[in-house]
Design a protein around this ligand. Structure first.
Ligand code: PLP
Length: 228
């Protein structure tokens, strides 16, 4: 079941990569495992996946003890980070994809472990989600680059939800442009329903949940719909 889904996702990646004249090795598949138990991560690891995305610091903190024997698994924080959770986050994640303020960067740096970080960019003003505006990007990039423990790798974005990937494509294109302007190599963009468009526009990291694991288990107090 999971193996079939991984195969299907791999086929979609390959077709997109071919259309774009890129190579498969340029794309990191980040398996988004929020709300799933650690056994799912372990199973996915058994099928060869190595990068995992989690949205909530506390949730992953609880799962992590069950996963410490997967030494080369790489965990990405892809959800909003609150500044009072930076110390914990720095200790359990390899990459923080959602840095969006100097204060967060400073606190992550002070936590003392070497971390790869990305800046989350908000590309549509009406979108209330976290992220810096393109205008604020240069200042934040400079601030992160002055942090000894942080390595600024690239940009991440979560465009406004749209079923139609063609509506989202301009956001992917814009993020790629910004990464070029700021000398950044990595681009985390694209989800289950639109990662082909993201790959065609230059994504290096795609964050895929439902296409691999199916619908997320419902938890109390949380709506079933929406991107997160
Ligand atoms: C949940 C989530 C994803 C994965 O979404 P799917 O539609 O399940 O592929 C990707 N990125 C972020 C930031 C998320 O919160």
């Amino acid at each position: 079941m999971l193996r079939d889904c991984i195969e299907q996702v791999e086929e979609r990646i390959l077709r997109a990569v071919q259309r774009a004249g890129r190579r498969r090795e340029e794309i990191t598949l980040v398996a988004v495992t929020k709300k799933f138990p650690p056994e799912i991560i372990r199973e996915a690891y058994g099928h060869g996946l190595r990068h995992f995305g989690e949205n909530y610091v506390q949730e992953f903190e609880a799962k992590r003890p069950a996963l410490v024997d997967l030494p080369d698994a790489q965990f990405h924080l892809i959800g909003h980070l609150q500044s009072n959770k930076t110390r914990v986050a720095a200790g359990i994640f390899h990459t923080i994809e959602t840095v969006d303020s100097e204060k967060l960067a400073r606190r992550l740096n002070e936590a003392g472990s070497a971390l790869e970080v990305m800046i989350e960019v908000k590309l549509s003003p009406e979108d209330s989600k976290s992220g810096v505006s393109p205008e604020e990007l240069a200042a934040l990039a400079a601030a992160i680059r002055s942090c000894a423990n942080l390595r600024l790798a690239g940009l991440m974005t979560m465009p406004p939800w749209n079923d139609d990937p063609e509506q989202t494509r301009p956001y992917f294109r814009r993020l790629a442009e910004l990464a070029r302007e700021h000398g950044l190599a990595k681009l985390s963009m694209g989800m289950s329903h639109d990662f082909e468009a993201a790959i065609e526009e230059g994504a290096t990291h795609i964050r895929v949940g439902r296409a691999l694991f199916g619908p997320r288990p419902l938890t109390r107090n949380e709506p079933s719909s929406g991107g997160v």
